[in-house]
Design a protein around this ligand. Structure first.
Ligand code: SF4
Length: 210
């Protein structure tokens, strides 16, 4: 299988790449994360991924698109900003995979216990249906700690918030109880996202595969 592996950063790519190699899957990394704020942080995460790819000799495709206004508008328009954030990225990766001869796509976001895993799956599956390509699912969370250890060993930059400006604020502002409630809400959200997701039509050129 020729797999396109969306990567959000270096540390999150550590475990999924090792796992895919042990599974005998040929993959290429793709960096596309216009949600990261501020721009300096966007560049820092990209640099960490580059470092990993160079050290491990992984194939890496980089898209430096940074449509800040468009991303903020999209997130603010949604009841759950993460739904927009996941969908934009999964749709881009699915399109890129389809147009460039890959068999399937997946994402390193699936390694993090801090992501809204079920919501991410719904958005990736919907992108796969829309584009007509397979979403390759693995619950990489089982190897989360292995990935953390690997990233420390390689001395990769490790970020302390998810990525968008809202998550940067919430790491200081939101209490642990509120975060727990948010995740609980998310888990119960999977069913209704099918209906809501028809709103996610990406029409701007900045999100089109180049
Ligand atoms: S919290 Fe993370 S997944 Fe959610 S919108 Fe922000 S960057 Fe995207």
């Amino acid at each position: 299988m020729k797999l396109l592996l969306h990567a959000c950063c270096g540390p999150c790519a550590c475990y999924p790449t090792e796992k895919l190699i042990s599974d005998g899957i040929d993959f290429t990394l793709l960096y596309f994360n216009p949600n990261i704020h501020p721009y300096k942080e966007f560049k820092r995460r990209l640099a960490a991924l580059r470092e990993l790819a160079e050290k491990k000799e992984y194939k890496l495709i980089i898209d430096k698109s940074y449509p800040l206004e468009e991303c903020l508008r999209g997130m603010l328009a949604e009841e759950m900003r993460c739904a927009y954030c996941y969908k934009v990225r999964m749709l881009y990766v699915a399109k890129y995979a389809k147009e460039n001869g890959y068999d399937a796509f997946t994402t390193t976001l699936l390694v993090s216990p801090y992501q809204k895993h079920e919501l991410l799956m719904v958005m990736a599956e919907e992108a796969a249906r829309e584009v007509g390509i397979e979403f390759y699912y693995q619950d990489f969370r089982e190897g989360y700690q292995i990935g953390v250890d690997l990233s420390l060993e390689l001395e990769l930059y490790r970020q302390s918030y998810c990525g968008c400006i809202f998550s940067e604020r919430d790491r200081y502002l939101v209490t642990k109880e509120q975060q727990a409630a948010d995740y609980a809400h998310t888990d119960a959200f999977g069913q209704t996202m099918e209906v809501k997701s028809s709103k996610y039509k990406i029409t701007k050129n900045i999100f089109e595969v180049k």
